[in-house]
Write a protein that binds this ligand. Structure first.
Ligand code: PRP
Length: 190
């Protein structure tokens, strides 16, 4: 095993199984409808690629890229749109795909922004959720892969300093490898 891996939290097979279940649930719920699947770059790109291959209703994809304002984000929850959607979503059934919901500030802001554009419906599918870190109450995740403890996880699209996104499983990074994030109080794995 690679030296930077503390432990594997979710295996490739567990991810494959859960993504299949999520795809089946989404396919059932949207039967007879057409979906617009919106991926939030960059972390969601691998999850989204696997998810859409498990969805059996007609769909199109679009992407957004957003960035937090650093510390200000923690209080205001305002995020900056770096790349907006290419197509309008008015009258569309929109499914936002996220890799992880942590404080929930990003998702809350994204839902607020997209809901002003008149979608027929707006739901969220997230692979991971860290409830211990949540600052936003009443945030609905319509389809959730896994609830995880407050560990510093990477892999399967998730990064630290842009690394580790390419690993096909989700693992806890050894503390030696994420000094900065540790100082910020993230990833105090209980
Ligand atoms: C991550 C993740 C969410 C956000 C969740 O993105 O993809 O968008 O953080 O955090 P929150 O719930 O505390 O708002 P990140 O900024 O790491 O960018 P990335 O997707 O490019 O890795």
């Amino acid at each position: 095993m690679e030296d930077f891996i503390e432990r594997v939290l979710i295996t490739e097979e567990e991810i494959r199984q859960r993504v299949r279940e999520l795809g089946e649930a989404i396919s059932r719920d949207y039967a007879g409808k057409e979906l617009r699947v919106v991926g939030v770059l960059r972390g969601a790109f691998i999850f989204m690629a696997d998810l859409v291959r498990n969805i059996r209703v007609p769909l199109s994809v679009d992407f957004m890229s957003i960035s937090s304002y650093g510390d200000e984000c923690e209080t205001s929850g305002v995020v900056r749109i770096l790349k907006d959607l290419d197509k309008p979503i008015t009258g569309r059934h929109v499914l936002i795909v996220e890799d992880i919901v942590d404080t929930g500030l990003t998702l809350r802001h994204l839902k607020e922004v997209l809901s002003t554009r008149g979608p027929a419906s707006l739901k969220v599918c997230a692979l991971l959720s860290k409830p211990e870190r949540r600052l936003v109450q009443d945030l609905t995740i319509d389809y959730l892969g896994f609830e995880i403890p407050n560990c510093f996880v990477v892999g399967y699209g998730l990064d630290y300093a842009e690394r580790y996104r390419n690993y096909p499983f989700i693992f806890v990074l050894k503390p030696d490898y994420y000094h900065d994030a540790q100082r910020e109080g993230k990833g105090q794995c209980g």
